[in-house]
Write a protein that binds this ligand. Structure first.
Ligand SMILES: N[C@@H](CCC(=O)N[C@@H](CS)C(=O)NCC(=O)O)C(=O)O
Length: 344
């Protein structure tokens, strides 16, 4: 199957996404309505994983269903190859492209996850992860589970936006800027920017438990999905190799702390993550070989961050056990039970 190409002289992300918002006041024609929309994600993808985590932390599973594309795809992008018959069971389509074309025939841009699809019409409503998760956290409150955390607290918003912007440009996107660089100069510059930002985060997180203080917020979700991919993928495949995550003590402790918090690690599928990057980006890994390492059992080791105080869910509570249908299938994943103990 033909793979896409990813390297550019100097990688820039096409951020021209579908701008529609799903809101309480339906200002773009899309009202908050439980049962109407389907989140299409892929556990492999860091941007999609943010929506997966936020949906679970807030307990929106019954309000917004979820479909998962398989980890690898060709130049035509994501397929529902994990589902029986290769069709998404609700949308009854084999490829995510069909939902993009369902809204905009011959959709000319990237067929990306996450995407929220309007089930009655079968068309994509939005594919822009940042407003998507902000709207989940602020517009769907009537449908949250009891004890759902406030992931976007009003008094922190201005500072959060600043932190999230820096994390997005320098870290979330920074690893891609290294990996897809098409020249030595572009790579050198990207590498410098990435590790400058990681040093900033290392310092920030040495003295506080979470990015915004004593409780988790959307800013932590955004950073976590990059950190969890760092050693298995970005360090080797994207050449982000000044050091590994496990060599940055505060960030490594922080990443494990989140991983061991219900709603984070229990959504992570390391097998799919590795398959996705190493198989799909053939222009930087022409053999498609997926490396065996690294050993991932260290994600469940004690992190010692309790001494910094804080409570992950603030005044709320942890989400309950993950629904059987949504459990991560990989046999080689560390899986944790509701008490945070390793099950496999
Ligand atoms: N739409 C996302 C970006 C998502 C994105 O780039 N996803 C990648 C996977 S991690 C994707 O779907 N790529 C499609 C492709 O490579 O064809 C955002 O909101 O920033």
């Amino acid at each position: 199957m033909a793979q896409g190409s990813y390297v550019e002289p100097s990688f820039t992300r096409d951020t021209n996404y579908i701008p529609d918002r799903i809101t309480r006041d339906a200002r773009d024609g899309w009202p908050v309505e439980p049962g109407r929309y389907r989140l299409i994600a892929a556990r492999a993808c860091p941007w999609a994983s943010r929506a997966i985590i936020v949906r679970r932390l807030l307990g929106l599973e019954d309000a917004i269903s979820m479909g998962l594309a398989g980890p690898t795809h060709d130049a035509n992008s994501w397929t529902f190859d994990l589902d029986p018959g290769g069709l998404d069971p609700v949308l009854q389509i084999p490829r995510l492209k069909d939902a993009y074309d369902g809204r905009f025939p011959d959709y000319p841009r990237g067929i990306t996850v996450p995407a929220i699809v309007d089930v009655p019409t079968g068309g994509v409503v939005t594919n822009d992860f940042a407003p998507m998760i902000t709207d989940l956290a602020t517009q769907w409150t009537e449908h949250f589970r009891d004890g759902a955390p406030d992931l976007y607290p009003e008094p922190l918003r201005a500072e959060m936006e600043e932190v999230m912007r820096r994390v997005y440009t320098e870290v979330n996107n920074g690893v891609y800027r290294c990996g897809f660089a098409g020249s030595q100069e572009a790579y050198d510059e990207a590498y410098g920017r990435l590790f400058t930002a990681l040093d900033w985060l290392e310092e920030r997180l040495a003295g506080q438990r979470y990015l915004m203080g004593d409780a988790i917020t959307m800013a932590d979700v955004n950073l976590f999905t990059t950190l969890v991919r760092f050693d298995p993928v970005y360090h080797g495949h994207f050449k982000c190799n000044r050091g590994k995550l496990i060599e940055l003590p505060a960030l490594w402790g922080y990443a494990r702390d989140l991983f061991q918090t219900p709603g984070f690690g229990d959504t992570v599928d390391f097998t799919q993550i590795k398959q996705h990057y190493y198989v799909v980006h053939r222009d930087i890994n022409p053999t498609g070989i997926v490396p065996m390492g690294p050993d991932l059992s260290n994600w469940m080791t004690p992190h010692g961050r309790e001494s910094l105080g804080g409570k992950a869910f603030g005044d709320g509570t942890a989400p309950g056990e993950i629904a059987v249908a949504e459990r991560v299938p990989s046999a080689d994943n560390p899986v944790l039970g509701p008490d945070g103990l390793l099950l496999t």
